[in-house]
Design a protein around this ligand. Sequence first.
Ligand code: PLP
Length: 450
Amino acid sequence: MTTKIAGKTLEEWKQECPLLGQIMATEEVFWANSQLESCNNRTINTQLGITDIEAAEQRLLRFAPYLAKVFPEIQEKNGIIESKLVPIPQMQQKLTEMYKQDIEGTLYLKCDSHLPISGSVKARGGIYEILKVAEEIATKHNMLSLSDDYSVLSEEKFRNLFSNYSIVVGSTGNLGLSIGIMSARLGFKVIVHMSSDAKQWKKDLLRQKGAVVIEHNTDYGKAVAAGRQQSQEDPKSHFVDDENSSTLFLGYAVAAKRLQKQLLDMKIPVDQEHPLFVYIPCGVGGAPGGITFGLRTVFGDNVHCFYAEPTHSPAMLLGLMTRKHDEVSAQQFGIDNITDADGLAVGRPSGFVGKTLEKDISGVFTIQDERLYPILRNLADTEGIFVEPSAVAGFIGPVQLFASAGGKEYLKRNCLEQKMKNTSHILWATGGGMVPKDIMDNFYQKGANS
Ligand SMILES: *Cc1c(COP(=O)(O)O)cnc(C)c1O
């Protein structure tokens, strides 16, 4: 008997998905989603909408005075956790040389790599979810009302209150950092279940901030399962569910509203004649999913969202391509899910994200680990910006958009070929701001040797 994967044999899947052979051979691919649909003639595939994004934005505003008080680094920004959008013309030139491929339009970097407090995109969703939990507990105990100045939350009585509760999360590293730092600061007990690929410095830093770190010899999915089970046994415990949380998702989605304002301020148009292309590294899908949801809500069909995954961890690619989402994993297709790219070592995608956005994600492309280091080094040399390897996974996207059969077909199908010179491409840099200097030096060196 041949074993089946989500109801079909491997041969049947290969028939249905022509790219599967290359994906299984861990070759780089660029896959355009044929299920993509216009936002105009339908409601997005979810109950969530613009009012939920605005409510999340409002909640972050309520917390701003508290955040400004306890994190001096964002005092100047009045407690708003946001990153810069910067043009990277020299890197654009460099990419053109590296891959001998013209890139029409203008490249920008969204520097979530340098978001305050936890130095990665997780400072959006992760911190937001913890703030929401804290608000719920404090209001339930009649110690806080929504119209209060939230800087009172730094008082001892709130720390005492929160110390009765625990926050539990499973993570490959960066989510753990954002949850751990924020929870510990508020006074929660916090337990982070870490997968085997989590870096030592991230575990050390978390313990130093006051989190309990539990190390697992298994991958991300198993670490999350362990956290979920531990949390279920304790009613005063909140589990941050990276695979299913709509709260995390909305925290990420706020990025779109902020980006809309940044683009306006920078006089960068986004409309039918000026499309916006966004390339985001994808792990389980929460961060890119939330951002995509926000962007499609704000910009509609004028935004095109592509995800980047390592060739060895094409979780979201397999989930979307087979339309089986979390019923399939990289391992089932014989792919080992071993990658240097922190945060991207995920074998099974979020079913919630895939099902919600299967008609909104433009496509997924993969990149080999070896390519990450030279890109990282070149970004540092040309623009002076240092990010972690996973954060540059998206850089191959605009190259492949013009070079690959899948990319060309996408542009043609959507009548975009004539508009590409007016296009803004945003490479979403997802992490790196907290990487210790010696480790960053090491990444930079690796970029010269490979
Ligand atoms: C978490 C993370 C991602 C991807 O986010 P998911 O929600 O797991 O898809 C990308 N890059 C970095 C650096 C991350 O930490």
